[in-house]
Design a protein around this ligand. Structure first.
Ligand code: BG6
Length: 496
């Protein structure tokens, strides 16, 4: 959360926050709930206006009622006051219809508050219309800041940034035609999650982990994002995208980089992104054969019957890839990254499994040694668990695994801000440290593209899996042939 002096800075500033795609899923589920909570907690600038834009024909009044009905938030107290700062404009940014209304609305707000607010544009629209939208920004001079003084606008873009390296580069070209790097905020909302930010503290503010954070002690790492939900109303987008591009290219590679990168010099965006880039560059790109042997793609039963899904679709709703990092610290340590929809539950976790040493002394205490592992549970029940071997009480001598836990819920009584609250505040404060650089996006595509190319020709075969399981059998085969097994994320961690 922002520090006190940052909050003062925010309150004294002014901003106009334009959301394109204001009636979409992302707006209802993430952007508006975050803005509403920031508003309620008095964390937005005192002079703040939200201009919600979409194609639907609504008056501002109608939109506010629509928003009240549809915003995904439990506590709607105080919504009336929030509604007063939201106006609606019916326009089409990709087709350049009514964009002049937006310019006018911004002018009116600027005249009303007699100052030059920070202009922020949130592109919560389909990636396929971004190119046209930015060209239309240009035509309508929206990329130019307030005319009173040159307060440069900021633009927020959602992942995935492009659908491969080439399209990401094209998108960047068009963006850079109108904006400088310091105006572009590429969101990966996993970076705004409290537990993800805690990875830095865990690794670099404690002395005890760094000496063992390497291939001498770590056997392998498992990174999982499992979802209970299916594609829901996003069939059209999802069927074009798939799990590899939707989650692995961004969220999972980001988690991998935070776990493995070297310590940055400071918390500035440049330092962090430099170290991240370094580690992402050292991830080995998979060859065709390696893709066949080290990846699994799956589709849940019933996927083909979902709304707006091609009935012959070969798109994966489950992806597993095994990666290696080619540097001194990580040489020889496999990283298993997996994600899937309609799995057994909702959990995101990173499990670091340590090597098993012989422990001759305890030879008769257990059938086989119990390896230690650290679980960083990002959601739900945020916390960290360390699995240890302990002597079972009693007259017999035997060892059992036990978990030592740190749980956010019990250790701190301050509420955890949602990822989007944190990230939107950072945009207002012009802090890019939790946002992605273009280089990171491109390097990530360089890892994904070769896999995607092999998958596109049907290799390995698309596996199916039952709803409510941990995914296809092939995922077990892959890890078991390495002599390892899935350490199912401790869904019980921090359950109080
Ligand atoms: C989004 C993906 O980036 O992350 C969705 O597009 C996915 O498919 C979502 O459901 C998961 O986010 P979270 O925060 O609920 O884990």
């Amino acid at each position: 959360m922002a520090k006190q002096h940052d909050i003062d800075k925010i309150r004294k500033s002014s901003a106009v926050f334009v959301i394109f795609g204001a009636t979409g899923d992302l707006s209802k589920k993430r952007i508006f709930p975050a803005l509403f909570k920031l508003f309620k907690n008095k964390l937005l600038p005192e002079k703040f206006k939200v201009l919600a834009c979409a194609r639907t024909k609504f008056s501002s009044e109608q939109f506010r009622s629509y928003l009240f009905e549809n915003i995904v938030i439990k506590e709607k107290d105080g919504f009336d006051n929030f509604g007063k700062i939201v106006d609606y404009l019916s326009l089409d940014v990709a087709k350049d219809i009514n964009l002049s209304h937006l310019t006018k609305a911004i002018d009116i707000f600027e005249n009303e508050i007699e100052t030059c607010p920070q202009r922020i544009f949130y592109m919560a629209v389909s990636p396929s219309i971004l190119k046209d939208s930015f060209e239309n920004f240009g035509k309508n001079n929206l990329h130019i800041g307030c005319t009173k003084h040159m307060n440069k606008p900021r633009v927020i873009i959602e992942k995935p940034f492009g659908s491969d390296l080439k399209s990401a580069q094209e998108l960047n070209l068009i963006l850079r035609k109108y904006f400088n790097d310091d105006q572009i905020y590429r969101i990966d909302h996993y970076l705004g999650k409290e537990t993800v930010q805690n990875i830095f503290a865990f690794r670099f503010a404690n002395e005890i982990f760094e000496p063992v954070w390497n291939n001498k002690y770590i056997d392998h790492v498992q990174i999982t994002t499992a979802e209970y939900i299916g594609v829901e109303k996003r069939g059209e987008f999802y069927d074009r995208t798939g799990a590899l591009r939707d989650i692995v290219q961004n969220h999972l590679l980001q988690l991998l980089s935070l776990i493995t990168m070297e310590q940055p010099q400071n918390f500035r965006a440049q330092s962090i992104n430099e170290k991240k880039l370094e580690i992402i560059k050292s991830i080995k790109k998979l060859s065709g054969d390696e893709t066949q042997n080290s990846t699994v793609r799956g589709q849940y039963e019933g996927y083909l019957r979902e709304e707006k899904i091609n009935p012959k679709s070969q798109t994966e709703s489950y992806a597993l890839i095994k990666l290696a990092i080619e540097n001194e610290r990580w040489q020889g340590v496999p990283f298993y990254l997996r994600t899937g929809k309609k799995l057994t539950g909702k959990v995101t976790s990173i499990i670091i499994q340590f090597k098993e040493k012989g422990h001759k002394l305890f030879e008769n205490f257990w059938e086989s040694p119990l390896p230690n592992h650290i679980t960083i549970q990002i959601q739900p029940n945020e916390g960290i668990g360390i699995r240890l071997a302990a002597k079972k009480p009693g007259l017999e001598s035997s060892l059992e695994p036990v978990d030592m836990e740190f749980c956010y819920k019990t250790s701190f009584d301050t509420p955890q801000p949602e990822a989007y609250e944190r990230l939107l505040l950072d945009v207002i404060l012009a802090d890019q440290s939790l946002f992605l650089s273009q280089e990171i996006v491109e390097e990530s595509w360089k890892i994904i593209d070769p896999i995607e190319n092999v998958w596109q020709v049907g290799k390995p075969k698309l596996a199916t899996y039952k709803v409510g399981t941990w995914g296809p059998e092939e995922a077990n085969d892959l890890i078991e042939k390495d002599g390892r097994k899935w350490l199912q994320p401790l869904l019980t961690i921090c359950k109080i």
